[in-house]
Design a protein around this ligand. Sequence first.
Ligand code: ADP
Ligand code: ZN
Length: 520
Amino acid sequence: MLTLETAQDVLKKYFGYDSFRWGQEETISNILSGNHTACIMPTGGGKSLCYQIPALLLEGTTLVISPLISLMKDQVDALNSAGISATYINSSISVQEARQRMDEARVGEYQLLYIAPERLESQSFINELRDIPIPLVAVDEAHCISQWGHDFRPSYLRIHQLLTQLPDNPTLVALTATATPQVRLDICTTLGINEDQTVITGFERENLSFSVVKGQDRLVFIEDYVKKNIKEAGIIYAATRKEVENVYERLKKKGMNVGKYHAGLSSDYREKEQTLFLNDEISVMVATSAFGMGIDKSNIRYVIHHQLPKNMESYYQEAGRAGRDGLESECIVLYSPMDIRIQRYLIEQTTHNHERQIQELEKLQQMINFCHTEGCLQVYILEYFGEAESEPCGRCGNCTDERIAVDVTTDAQKVLSCMIRMGERFGKTAVAQVLTGSRNKKMTDLGFEGLSTYGLMKDQTAKQVSEFIEFLISEGYILVGGGSYPTLSVSNKGKEVLTKKMNVMRKETVETKQLVQDDE
Ligand code: ADP
Ligand code: ZN
């Protein structure tokens, strides 16, 4: 008889832990009762044990489908050194090696077998799996099954078919850290999981403080921040290899203990840097988003995004690598409106499906809104991931912002009515140009000089008005159209401002300089 008590013994015996974390127990008991289960936990929440412990309790070999080759090896190594028999099959091993591992699996050598999803493209591979008693299939990074997620893998769509072909009617567990309500629904329907069998644990990370820093020289900010926290481990994410090199060189030149990681470096080099970082021999890692998947380092005190991440999913996953040990840690986005263009460009270059492009651009917009909201950043994140009704955290950059909010309703009305007069067919820049009375030729060509709102805000710069428009977008007064040209329109909330049913309050803008040295 399998009970949670035995699961507890396994937890202690193999992993050395005394108690389960929130959500683990429920997931494990669900699996052991034979229910297909979706397990949604933030990064670092402890998802792996949710299938590893059942794997040790069930007869046969648990099949783990994972898209991350480097993670597979790490996990298998860790399991092996805990005395658990596990192996993996993916493109990093030779055909002979794969054959041998399958032969061993067939005779029951392994309690866990990790495979890459692409293997499921091969019917002969599935036929071989049919010879192995498989009581449980674990689908890691399950959001990859959804076209609406941020990392769709077509091979994931084969999983359901695999299940119908395996003779032992295995239980299925799907795990992910990044499921919005829509993606969650997709996971359940595609894999045939009853939605009631979803275990979801709080996404709030009470030890993380989020903040967005604007209008700063970013290299100066980073240098100063790292210098002040030189004894702590941190990650600095940059959007491109070139930017990684830039930041790295700067810190290196200042004699800091820094490493770098991106896909343009040899795998030997990357592995070496990663190990040094894990062993606290390098304190700061400058990296692209290629770094960090499956990295188990608990004492990361800060994660800085040198550039705007492409969406909230990636952001929370990367930022969430800070503070896994539960100690207070900081997550900072260094925001510059210029990054929007880079991210848009990357999306347009890499996403060819039109519908999907629009999706990605919308996700980017929500990321931009995060940078402009004046509400609690933790609340923004939780609402994004579908957790309603959370209280302001009291820790983030916005909660601790003591600037006074001023009434900017009149300015908001100027912007909104200008948009309407322009037919709601233009973007931020054009609206800002009309309001500041720009002499740009386009203005004359389109006849905007004749609008009553032309030059209405000429006491401000076009940049200031643009930022104000960003603020109105992030607070939901203005909607941004999808597609490659972001046209602005007035939302219902915006209409209430125009009809004087609602006031708009904004914190005074002051330069955030506290962490930057004066001598630069
Ligand atoms: P996830 O896959 O959700 O990102 P992991 O499974 O990698 O998270 O677990 C994150 C860390 O938490 C690991 O170091 C793991 O050993 C640890 N951990 C997991 N479960 C427990 C537990 N019940 N008690 C203490 N530590 C745990
Ligand atoms: Zn807050």
